[in-house]
Design a protein around this ligand. Sequence first.
Ligand code: BG6
Length: 495
Amino acid sequence: MASSRERSTPAKQLPDFDLVLFGGTGDLAMRKLLPALFRRYLAGQFPAHARIVGVARSGIERDDYLAQVEASSKKYLPAGLDAMRWTAFSRSLDYACLDATNASDYQKLAAKLANNPAAVRVFFLSTAPALFQIICQNLAAAGLVTAAARVVLEKPLGQDRASADNINQNVGAIFPERQIYRIDHYLGKEAVQNLLALRFGNSLFEPLWRRGRVRHVQITVAEELGVEGRGAFYDQTGALRDMVQNHLLQLLCIMAMEPPVSNHPDAVRDEKLKVLRALKPLLGADVDANVVRGQYRAGAVNGVPVAGYLEEEGIAPDSTTETFVAIKAHIDTWRWAGVPFYLRTGKRMQEQIAEIVIHFEDVPHSIFERVASAGANRLVISLQPRDSITLTILAKNPGETMRLRPVDLRLDMAESVKTPQLDAYERLLTDVIKGNLTLFMRRDELDAAWRWIDPLREAWMQSDERPKSYTAGSWGPAAASSLIGKDGYVWHGET
Ligand code: BG6
């Protein structure tokens, strides 16, 4: 039975849809996508004829597939699985054994989808990007690309600007841009949308959101996890391409963009694009001075000993792949000229956090006894582990003397807003079905992000230096502390 919290937000039913999940037995499908769909089913959003077709190469029966999905949903849904509701949900689940590269196999899919040609058709490609082109071509050849069809592309979208462009061209030859949904799951996080609400729903912050008022900004996505069985993929990718090119730059865009004229998808994406295009290029020697790359060695996370990166499965013994990156970036616009944006991400860090920290200027002249004001005049927008906003201000310390000290004004969304939150993939999957592109990356955004990232990798490739070593369970290499320290700042949370 739905709790009173759930009843307070009746979800609107989705239009009739068929969702075809390429990579249907893969990790993302099992861990995130199918559990997310089940939750939307529980919320009453599924129309009567909704169907989900998992597609993969293994020749298993539908029942085996359902058993796999049930087992993983049990594992990954925090509230567990209600058997009756699961059975009802599973009626909308189907499986097709299909070799993505074999055009004739797509007839099986066509036969399954034939009875509802007018439904929204979502083709979610959770496969290696090398398959995107052939899948799209085969879908088109089988007559499956209708006007109501959408293709969803999971990252990584390329290895660099040229390969991303190639993918975009090939997919774009079959699907028009308005039918292409490039996922960055960070944009689906409630806290990111809340940042849009904070900035553009209130007049309070806008006058402060600029140079002269903001001294510097930090964006951190730190993970306790290591490469978690994805060694072979990760070693070819590294933190810059796995996290910075997409998640961190998208957070930067939401933080720094100008107010869009409306919430129309292109109005929002136009403004994000301007931020990416205004990022000051880091070339050659600038990379050494403004970018730190690191790689973890053995250490302990939460008191549990963990192996170093080079000892993980699937990693080349002499790998120079970075598991940590810190960057000092600048946005060359009237609003942000001269304000440093420090970006930092890493695996096997001390804590699991994702946050944007905005440090405002101190008062120009203090009439009070000197206090350590470090940490005050600061806004922390936390995405993980909790969705919260904390404004730290200076207030009077109780007592006889007029001494100030930092105090927190804290909004914890889970406590304050008694409505269950949507997981990022729940939000993004329903947006695809509804046809809302706002939280998906447009082709030109992706291109601009790669254009800024590529020279960083090129500089590393030309250098003989190895990534700086850091102990697993720390905050990264000492050089990352110096990067911000030489400007007189410290990373939030790092003591
Ligand atoms: C993915 C990366 O895009 O994001 C992973 O490929 C990373 O390496 C993950 O662990 C982090 O996402 P979240 O939502 O757990 O912070």
